[in-house]
Design a protein around this ligand. Sequence first.
Ligand code: ADP
Ligand code: MG
Length: 293
Amino acid sequence: MLSYTVYSEAGGVGKTSLTANVAKAHERAGLDVLVVPLDPQDGNFSRLFDVDDDRTDSSADSLVRHLVGSPAGNFEDLIRTAEGIDIIPEHNTLSDLSDHLAREKSRAEDFGDAYNIYAQLRRVLGENDVPERYDVLICDPPATESDHLYNAIYATRNLLIPFEPSAKGEASVEGLEQLATNFADQLSIDVGVLGVIPIGYKNTKDQKEILDQVPFEVPEVIGDRTSMMEGCWRQQCSAFEFVRTHRSTRRDYEVETLAQFDRIARFIEAQGGVEAPNPLEPGFVAEREEVTL
Ligand SMILES: Nc1ncnc2c1ncn2[C@@H]1O[C@H](COP(=O)(O)OP(=O)(O)O)[C@@H](O)[C@H]1O
Ligand SMILES: [Mg+2]
């Protein structure tokens, strides 16, 4: 199974939008995809795919319950599917994840057992055969340093880094090189960087100079697509679905952005040694009539 965490140091860069569309690009090429979003705040991945209806239901089972060893149901039943992508929706209990994990750790230590707070997502996924059942696992944790982020990185071991090429982003180019090494040291694991994806690129001289300094592979540079991305959040769907069902006329630059998501997915798959069984022409979107059943 190919697994990675979409990580950026700053929030609001377009991390969740990128996760959604690269996940969709894997899925439409015939791969089995599981996304585990871990953002305790609203306006996250589960909202984008409209699978967050249980998030405030305190009696509902949740991933957090499984992470701390108090499941209230089968792991299987946590999974929802949207646009062919399997998702473990975010639940409000994610806000209290750190407290719950700390409590579990102290309980384990009372009995003289070792307990790794950061290894719990990996444990739950492993115990439920996720690595055998899926081709691709993607985590979308919050940008802030947190147990959510560390659990995601510990479980996936690879990073895909969306990046805003602005003056603000320039400072973080310098940090990029150190990033994976720091996580690796902190968690005592190897962490790879699959690539860096600049988002909201406006092709200015300053931005070009910043891009030249990025110390990792940059498979694609995503332009400013405010209208399409806002449309996705409004209609609660991927950009592929948005263009297919909510745009009466195709706009070449939007279709080209879809092609970029497809190519990013192929690039990542190649690095992970995964071959998609049915890769479409990049950016291909069926006409509405053709797909109506
Ligand atoms: N390529 C893009 N061009 C313009 N706006 C974008 C792009 N990608 C995402 N956005 C917008 O940026 C905002 C933050 O996106 P989101 O994916 O939630 O970021 P994050 O997960 O990093 O907080 C949203 O309003 C989204 O529509
Ligand atoms: Mg997000």
